[in-house]
Design a protein around this ligand. Structure first.
Ligand SMILES: CC(=O)N[C@H](C=O)[C@@H](O)[C@H](O)[C@H](O)COP(=O)(O)O
Length: 222
């Protein structure tokens, strides 16, 4: 079983339909590029992308399956959503473990227990707050990640939530993963100094439109 090693920088290879890299072929290329650059794990969405990435790398894959309403619980919202991504080759399942109501009405502890017992893989809890992180660990999560900080309370997201990483790392007896809006080497160092076990980076690596737009915006108008 492939596991997330301490000090891993994982690359989240996800692309929406607006991104020319959208789809399994593009995501497999993105994962290969990430591995060539030294990434130690890949995060990917949906059975098709996970399978395409599994075919080109032996790195650990953090699998998710986004389903339903993006304004609610939609990162692997149910046990059933996890089944296909494990079959496709994911080594670890990430799921929304915020304290919001879940679409199937089941407690997150039940989803985690079934993933453990029926699929045999560990679970990474994507949370937004310290309380959700503590609850997720109590519910059986093996790893807790800051993925959803800034996305559930209407606060405009800016940089990474370094403070949440620090709080979770101080209170939890499991690995804490920093994820969300990490864009620079300084961001990576900040979350590592705050106690992150591993770091996941998405847009700053895998969204060339954002990267281009940031630099275009810096060109002085003539
Ligand atoms: C909030 C949400 O839905 N986050 C998603 C989780 O899988 C992805 O869209 C993010 O790209 C990923 O978390 C990495 O974060 P960033 O792209 O900021 O480095």
């Amino acid at each position: 079983m492939r596991t997330l090693a301490p000090g891993t920088l994982a690359v989240s290879c996800q692309a929406g339909p607006e991104n020319p890299f959208h789809g399994p072929a593009g995501m497999a290329l993105m994962a290969q590029a990430a591995e060539a650059g030294g990434a130690g794990a890949i995060r990917a969405n949906g059975p098709r992308d996970v399978a395409a990435i599994r075919a080109v790398t032996d790195l650990p894959i953090i699998g998710i399956h986004k389903l339903g309403d993006p304004a609610g619980v939609f990162i692997t919202p149910t046990y059933d959503a996890a089944v296909g991504i494990v079959a496709a080759g994911a080594d670890l399942i990430a799921l929304d473990a915020t304290l919001r109501p879940r679409p199937d009405g089941q407690p997150v502890a039940r989803q985690i227990a079934r993933i453990h017992s029926e699929l045999g893989v560990p679970v990474m809890a994507d949370v937004d707050t310290l309380d959700a992180g503590l609850a997720a660990r109590d519910a059986g999560a093996d790893v807790v990640a800051t993925t959803l900080s800034g996305y559930t309370n209407g606060r405009p997201p800016t940089g990474p939530d370094v403070e949440l990483v620090r709080q979770l790392a101080a209170k939890l007896d499991c690995p804490v993963v920093a994820e969300g809006r990490i864009r620079t080497p300084e961001d990576v160092r900040s979350v590592c100094d705050a106690g992150a076990y591993a770091v996941v980076v998405g847009h700053a690596i895998t969204n060339p439109m954002d990267l281009t737009a940031r630099l275009v915006a810096a060109v002085p108008l003539s």
